[in-house]
Ligand binder design. Sequence first.
Ligand SMILES: *Cc1c(COP(=O)(O)O)cnc(C)c1O
Length: 480
Amino acid sequence: MNRHLRDFESALDIARAASLEYIAQLDQRPAGPAADLATLRARLGKALTDDGVAPAQVVQDLARDTADGLTASASGRFFGWVIGGCLPAALAADWLTSAWDQNGGMYATAPAAAVVEEVAGEWLKEVLGLPASASFALVTGCQMAHATCLVAARRRVLLQKGWDAEQQGLYGAPPIRILTSRQMHGSFKRAARFLGLGENQIVQLDSDDQDRLLPSALEQELARDAGAPTIVLLQAGDINIGAFDDFATLIPIARKYGAWVHVDGAFGLWVNASPRLRHFTRGVERADSWATDGHKWLNVPFDCGYAFVTDREAHHGALSHRAVYLTHAEDARDQVDWNPEWSRRARGFATYAALRQLGKKGVAELIDRCCRCARDLSLQIGALPGAQLIWEATINQGLVRFLDPRPGASEEDHDRRTDEVIAAVQAGREAFFSGSAWRGRRVMRISVCNWQTRDEDVRRSVAAVAEAMMQQQERVPARP
Ligand SMILES: *Cc1c(COP(=O)(O)O)cnc(C)c1O
């Protein structure tokens, strides 16, 4: 018997009870946090003791001190940013991941974790409709999935020019240009920064009225410098309206000029798992690399993104490593050969569990249901008096705006009103939405990514927005 068993038992019992208490109250608890910054700092900023604290006490205090500083982002009424919930099997598998404390870096350090990850990678390609031959990596999020795919892209486009970036570095290398649309997510730009590609090498081209990169703009830019090493970034679901580039048209154009095509599908790539919705992603499987998330739409706990690369040699060549003290697998998959990290969380367990819980049909139903709820939310909120539907959700992202009722109100007044209503909704804490700017105007985003969101949540959330608008109405200042 482990002589520390009692310590583990008492700490874990408290963690289990606190976890279930949070989950049990998700339908009732406020969507936003109650405690403010000063309260949280005062409560959590304890003096670090010399002698430490008993494990059970530490966990008990942590659960108590943080309770009202948590959002209900795991609930069905949280529509801020793009934040998924957590499936029961995935959460339990994530607990086990910590209890087992495996180093998921190599087969030798954690054999079961390596095999589970190998299987999860194959399942993901199947569900997402990506080429079965693609290599993959389970990383911390889409940000690092971009970085992982980009090191492979950088390697290949420079090798084609006779430059080995891994050996020679980038000093003196031919510059790599990156062509994309204005819908690019900031995480891609950061990845380009990490990798020394430079933000200034990114050219953002024009889009059409549905925020899709214009094929003529891409072709023109490619032709301007036909021989240059080039990466084309395409969008599968942008954060405002869930816009999809026209992959079937754009990828062959990029191919013609030898460019590497990378797809940001942080959440949007998941529509490829739905027979009803996969028309949006037609042709996406012809790209060179894809980045997506598990912690958003698949609803696994945070710390989970996926990178996929068709050119296995470029991926492996950029990241693989040999060291005499390591034990490299002959037949098995060593994650260190595909991942940017060395020691790492065995994060494949949660993905494996989520996919097994849902099955292929379950994933499709989850995606379809979120899209239906997003459409209902955008139409119903957009139909409230004083609200304006800006984008009826075609997938899981919709946009609305709130209008200043005073006669002669300007667009700036409507911007202000929109931010005031968003703040009032957040303060009401029944539902949570966040804001954005789209085509120069303030909007409230409706982003549905949670497996738990149902019609009842839609009803309550629309009512919460109506209530917040009413409060704002009463506070309209008289115009001088
Ligand atoms: C969330 C998001 C990212 C970044 O993903 P992380 O998992 O937060 O690193 C990239 N692109 C898009 C479109 C996103 O929505």
